[in-house]
Design a protein around this ligand. Structure first.
Ligand SMILES: NC(=O)c1ccc[n+]([C@@H]2O[C@H](COP(=O)([O-])OP(=O)(O)OC[C@H]3O[C@@H](n4cnc5c(N)ncnc54)[C@H](O)[C@@H]3O)[C@@H](O)[C@H]2O)c1
Length: 279
């Protein structure tokens, strides 16, 4: 795991992207995205940039950050920082660097997370603690640090929970418990931060085609999801990002806070469904 304290230098891309209007520091709205180097976080970063925001991509994965630097090369609206979200001291440094660079922080997307699918009887305590540490403590560490900045001018935070935090799916002892905690953390933060004009919401995605899922979902899990999701397919990361941006943007959701928005192809609300023929 990288030492985020040593590697928290914020590195601006070299030149303004020709395809986008130049953004002036302090004028464009600024958002930070944890886990921004992959999957749902990366889709959010791309959508924010297209909508005119400046974006800080924070991730602990050096190789993924390098790929992102190449992907966004020449775009001065993006900055990058190595950060393990569980490292409180490093998070303070990175966030302070981003505030200096952007002059403001209007939005935070907490997308950093790890998954686990293991029977409760086999789940080691170390794994259980690790999943809670990244998914819950990491969300709290970064959320609190950014809220301390936002409390001067308001803002919005969107946490990435999961349908596994709303329903009891097999093998989700650690993961489901962690995302259930993210749900209530979101609701509590919404209450505590409302007086500071900070809105806090969460999305609860169903299955999404991302690198995490590539690694985690064997064929029988994919088959099971296709049976239980009324829309009979996985989401694309951009479909989750669209809902996240709705919740992040005051222009679209100024009176929404403490909301847990399922983006799940109908999974949460589904009751009895006809069983599809096996392929
Ligand atoms: N893919 C799905 O089906 C799905 C469904 C529901 C919820 N989610 C949630 O969406 C979020 C994003 O997942 P994804 O599917 O895009 O996965 P992903 O693996 O593609 O992206 C997650 C990113 O988080 C980063 N990360 C992990 N631990 C970190 C840490 N300690 N500090 C900083 N960065 C860290 C990883 O390096 C990676 O870049 C996660 O919170 C996940 O639990 C995913």
């Amino acid at each position: 795991m990288p030492d985020a304290t040593e590697e928290s230098q914020v590195e601006p891309a070299e030149l303004a992207a020709a395809s986008r209007p130049a953004r002036v520091a302090g004028e464009a709205r600024a958002a930070l995205v944890t886990g921004g180097a992959s999957g749902i976080g990366l889709a959010c970063a791309e959508r924010l940039l297209a909508a005119g925001w400046v974006v800080g991509i924070l991730d602990r994965d050096e190789a993924a950050l390098t790929r992102c630097r190449e992907r966004f090369a020449g775009d001065a609206a993006v900055r990058f920082a190595a950060l393990d979200v569980t490292d409180e001291a490093a998070a303070e440094v990175v966030i302070a660097d981003m505030v200096t660079a952007f002059g403001r922080i209007d939005g935070l997307i907490n997308s950093a997370g790890i998954g686990a699918d293991m029977h409760v009887l086999d789940t080691p305590i170390e794994l259980f603690r690790k999943v809670l540490d990244v998914n819950v403590v990491g969300t709290f560490v970064v959320g609190r640090a950014v809220a301390r900045v936002m409390k001067e001018g308001g803002g919005a935070i969107v946490n990435v929970a999961s349908i596994s935090g709303l329903r009891g799916s097999k093998g989700r002892a650690a993961y489901g418990a962690s995302k259930g905690a993210v749900v209530v953390l979101t609701q509590v933060m919404a209450v505590d931060l409302a007086p500071y004009r900070i809105r806090v919401n969460a999305v609860a995605p169903g299955p999404v085609a991302t690198p995490m899922v590539e690694a985690l979902h064997p064929p029988e899990v994919r088959r099971a999801y296709r049976h239980h999701v009324p829309m009979r397919r996985y989401a694309r990361p951009e479909e989750i990002a669209a809902a996240i941006l709705f919740l992040l943007d005051d222009e679209t959701s100024s009176y929404v806070t403490g909301e847990i928005m399922a983006v799940d192809g109908g999974f949460r609300g589904a009751g009895m469904m006809l069983i599809e023929e096996e392929e």
